[in-house]
Write a protein that binds this ligand. Structure first.
Ligand code: ZN
Length: 162
């Protein structure tokens, strides 16, 4: 494999971006690539949160930026109706149930959907169908580690190849 560096390449569609990031919500770090770690994605393919992707255009390798993403462009606004109650005994007794635990539930039609535990008592489990970050403004601190044009194969497949 030959190492190609593109000093003049900036982020545009069909560029493979290697990005280091820290995500803060309400002043708390909720996600981070960690030091010397990164995510890789093809710009313009909706592989990351839309409100973050749209603010990366034009950045160069080595550049850092603070990006604020409103809830509508992240995990959506909070749906107050998306709450429900499930009897405790419908869950396996050994299942760890506590606030924030992700669940996959099945409705009467057999459709699988994601939910999160909101609260638990002896008899019932309150579930929330909203993503835990729904309704939250996201604060990203990002650094572009590397950029290269996506290959024809990567564009055809819609994902990054190693
Ligand atoms: Zn592929």
């Amino acid at each position: 494999m030959s190492e190609t560096t593109n000093q003049n390449l900036t982020i545009r569609d069909e560029v493979v971006v290697s990005l280091e990031y820290t995500l803060q919500v309400e002043g708390e770090i909720v996600d981070s690539t960690g030091e010397d770690e990164h995510i890789q994605f093809i710009q313009g393919y909706g592989q990351i949160i839309p409100g973050l992707e749209s603010q990366l255009y034009g950045m160069s390798s080595g550049e850092g930026k603070e990006v604020t993403v409103p809830a509508e462009e992240a995990y959506g606004v909070l749906d107050e109706d998306a709450l429900g109650t499930v009897p405790r005994d419908e869950f396996p007794p050994e299942m760890p149930l506590e606030k924030g635990v992700a669940l996959q539930l099945r409705d009467e039609d057999g459709e699988v959907f994601d939910a999160y535990v909101e609260s638990v008592d002896k008899k019932s489990v309150e579930i929330n169908l909203n993503h835990p970050l729904a309704g939250k403004e996201l604060h990203f601190s990002v650094k572009v580690l590397d950029l290269r044009p996506a290959s024809e194969d990567e564009i055809a497949h819609g994902h990054v190849h190693d």
